[in-house]
Design a protein around this ligand. Structure first.
Ligand code: NAP
Ligand code: MG
Length: 398
């Protein structure tokens, strides 16, 4: 390796898996170079969360990061870890510094069939993670009256429209988005499409929302002009359609594209798509900034329930696939950027070794329950990683 990978360690069961993956699957085969940031909750508390900010800044500097799942503190965690403050979600902090979009992609294996039988390739959901209903303000109209939407420009301009003349009680909501955020979202989507050679589908409800949703479509069309030539060269397409039409087409499709969604659509549709593909433990996630910086991680959390079993001395059967693929994804990207063919090959072989292992039915318990057409052999996390190591050594002739 030439440029270091930004390594963000995390919490609980995934922190345990992290070390196992490094010790068994990476360090024996790769001359690993990382800049290490411990985003485990104790360290975040000790540094007043500066470590999270520093790790995001390092990602801006170097371009590629790999992140372990981390605890987002709540009241219960405040007591459990004796925290000084209820620190913000590290993912939220990193996302806002990188101004990035999260792309979630399932890992498919032949023995776990998607609930939608014509899906052959993964569907990647890109969720716009800013604004709309997630940053809205709401009011209860508790008597008859008039609700208005008002805008006072800095220049002294004034616009207002009546939302509703209430004859009785009701509810009101005001939400917003910014051109800047929508533009960043569009750039991230097109960047990721070029990097992974997939088409982009984008959907809103611009027939009904003629100013708000229409603005998303206008900005996507504008930004796409910067990418059109590169899309043409690779034979890729950008396709806009209404959200209802998109839902129908997604269900009938074979998969193999990026579905860019507004914030709420992405929240809802990503849960539907990931469940239909099989298991949260097989879902990868990558944060892509508009200027092409990448942070790879598993989509699942720190698997707390398994961690408490581990602390009680039990061997757990936690699925390390998504965390392994976060590493392979990050190392492959680093290899591509630095022109290191061996590193790209290693990443391919590591993923191949995982598929070899699952192809023999050797799997953690979560997958055993989903496998068809194969006799599964349930193993612990350590057992799974050992089996992958065997295949990897064979593939690399090591
Ligand atoms: P979770 O860690 O994803 O686990 C939820 C359940 O899903 C687990 O109890 C387990 O089910 C199953 N599961 C998830 N990943 C698995 C794997 N790799 N192998 C096998 N089973 C797996 O979600 P959570 O329990 O809601 O959250 C735990 C902590 O993670 C929280 O503190 C939260 O803040 C944090 N979190 C972090 C991230 C992130 O850093 N990206 C994302 C989400 C949540 P069974 O118990 O039935 O086996
Ligand atoms: Mg959701």
């Amino acid at each position: 390796m030439t440029t270091p990978l930004v390594e963000m360690d995390g919490d609980e069961m995934t922190r345990i898996l992290w070390k196992m993956i490094k010790d068994e699957l990476i360090l024996p085969f790769v001359d690993l170079k990382t800049e290490y940031y411990d985003l485990g909750l104790p360290k975040r508390d000790e540094t007043e969360d500066r470590i999270t900010v520093e790790s995001a800044e390092a990602t801006q500097k170097y371009g590629v990061a790999v992140k372990c799942a981390t605890i987002t503190p709540n009241h219960q965690r405040m007591d459990e870890y004796k925290l000084h403050q209820m620190w913000r979600s590290p993912n939220g902090t990193i996302r806002s510094i990188l101004d990035g979009t999260v792309f979630r992609t399932p890992i498919l294996i032949p023995s776990v069939k998607p609930a939608v039988k014509n899906w052959e390739k993964p569907i990647t959901i890109a969720r716009h993670a800013y604004g709309d209903v997630y940053k809205s303000v709401e009011l209860r109209a508790d008597e008859p009256g008039v609700a208005k939407l008002v805008f006072d420009g800095e220049s002294g301009s004034h616009k207002e429209v009546v939302i509703q003349n209430f004859k009785g009680e009701g509810v009101i909501q005001g939400m917003h988005n910014t051109d800047k955020s929508i533009r960043s979202f569009a750039h991230s989507c097109f960047q990721f499409a070029l990097a992974t050679r997939q088409d982009v589908w984008f959907s809103t409800k611009d027939t009904i929302s003629k100013t708000y949703d229409a603005q998303f479509r206008i900005i996507f069309d504008e930004v796409f002009q910067e990418y059109k030539d590169r899309f043409d060269q690779l034979g890729l397409t950008y396709f806009y359609t209404l959200i209802d039409d998109a839902v129908a087409r997604v269900i009938r499709s074979k998969g193999g594209f990026i579905w860019a969604c507004k914030n709420y659509d992405g929240d809802v549709m990503s849960d539907m798509v990931s469940t239909a593909f099989g298991s949260l433990a097989m879902m990868t996630s990558v944060l892509v900034s508009p200027d092409g910086k990448y942070e790879y991680e598993a989509a699942h959390g720190t698997v707390t329930r398994h961690y408490y079993k581990y602390l009680a001395g039990e061997e757990t059967s936690t699925n390390p696939m998504a965390t392994i693929f976060a590493w392979s994804g990050a190392l492959r990207k680093r290899g591509e950027l630095d022109g290191l063919k061996d590193l790209v090959n290693y990443a391919d072989q590591l993923e191949g070794a995982c598929f070899d292992t699952l192809g023999e039915g050797v799997a953690t318990k979560d997958l055993v329950a989903l496998m068809e057409g194969i006799t599964p052999c349930p193993v612990t996390s350590a057992g799974f990683i050992a089996a992958v190591r065997g295949h990897l050594a064979q593939r690399l002739g090591a």
